[in-house]
Design a protein around this ligand. Structure first.
Ligand code: C5P
Length: 218
C-alpha cells in the first residue's frame, strides 16, 4: 500500500535540509536528499577529469557512477561506487559546479530513476528542486520553501563556520539563476504546493507548519 510522500522544494539555502530531516524525524519517515545525488554525480565527474561545462561529455559519462543514498534522517549518507562522499560533496568546488551538471538532461534522467526507486511505496520526505513538479507530482504534501537572500546567506555562512556572507549570497543566487532557468525540470513552485517563507520563522516553526499540513492528509 502506498504511504505518505512529502515533497520539499525551494531555493538554495532556504533551509530545506534541516527542515526535511526534522519533519522526517518527527513523523517517523525516511528522508531523501536529492541535491546530494546531484552533488555526488558532480564530485565523481570532477574526480574523473570530465569538463563539467561540456554538456555532451557530462551526458556520456553520467551513466557510469553507482550512486546510493541512505534514507535515515538522523544520519544521511551518500556513496559513489561504494565510497562514502558525504563530506566531499559539500566542498566549494562541487557547489560551484553542481548547477551546470544538473542542467544536463541525461544527468536528470539517470538520477530521476534512482530517486523514484528510493521513494518506492512512500513513507518519505524528499527534498530538491523538482520533486513536486517532476519526480513525484502525486505527493500528498508539497511545500515550496523560500527565504530572503540575506537570511539565506547569513544562515549558510554561519553553518560554514563564518565564511563571507556577500560571496555566499552571490553563490546561492547564481545557483538559483541556473536552477530556475534550465530547460529540463527547472526550480519552480509545483502545482498544489504550499509556499512557506522561512525568513521570519524558526526551524521548529517551519517543521510544525509542515507536520500540520501532513496531519491533514490521513
Ligand atoms: O539541495 P542542494 O543545494 O544540495 O542541491 C545542489 C544542486 O543540485 C542544486 O543547486 C541544483 O542544481 C541541483 N538539484 C537539482 N534538482 C534537485 C535537487 C538538486 O537540480 N531535485
Amino acid at each position: 500500500t502506498h504511504r505518505l510522500v512529502i515533497a520539499v522544494d525551494g531555493t538554495s539555502g532556504s533551509g530545506k535540509s534541516s527542515t526535511s530531516r526534522g519533519v522526517a524525524e518527527r513523523l517517523g519517515l525516511r528522508y531523501l536528499d536529492t541535491g546530494a545525488m546531484f552533488r555526488a554525480m558532480t564530485w565523481w565527474l570532477l574526480r574523473e577529469g570530465v569538463d563539467v561545462l561540456d554538456a555532451a561529455a557530462v551526458a556520456t559519462a553520467a551513466g557510469r557512477p553507482a550512486i546510493e543514498s541512505g534514507t535515515d534522517p538522523s544520519r544521511p549518507t551518500i556513496t559513489v561506487d561504494g565510497v562514502d562522499v558525504s563530506v566531499e560533496i559539500r566542498s566549494d568546488e562541487v557547489t560551484g559546479a553542481v548547477s551546470p551538471v544538473s542542467a544536463v538532461p541525461e544527468v536528470r534522467a539517470r538520477l530521476l530513476e534512482l530517486q523514484r526507486a528510493v521513494i518506492g511505496d512512500g513513507g518519505i520526505v524528499v527534498e530538491g528542486r523538482d520533486i513536486g513538479s517532476v519526480v513525484w507530482p502525486q505527493a500528498e504534501v508539497k511545500v515550496y520553501l523560500s527565504a530572503d537572500p540575506d537570511a539565506r546567506a547569513q544562515r549558510r555562512a554561519a553553518e560554514q563556520g563564518g565564511s563571507d556572507v556577500a560571496s555566499t549570497q552571490q553563490s546561492l543566487l547564481e545557483r538559483d539563476r541556473i536552477d530556475s532557468g534550465r530547460a529540463t525540470a527547472p526550480l519552480t513552485m509545483a502545482e498544489g504546493a504550499v509556499h512557506v517563507d522561512s525568513t521570519h520563522l524558526t526551524l521548529d516553526e517551519v517543521i510544525d507548519r509542515i507536520v500540520s499540513l501532513a496531519s491533514g492528509t490521513g
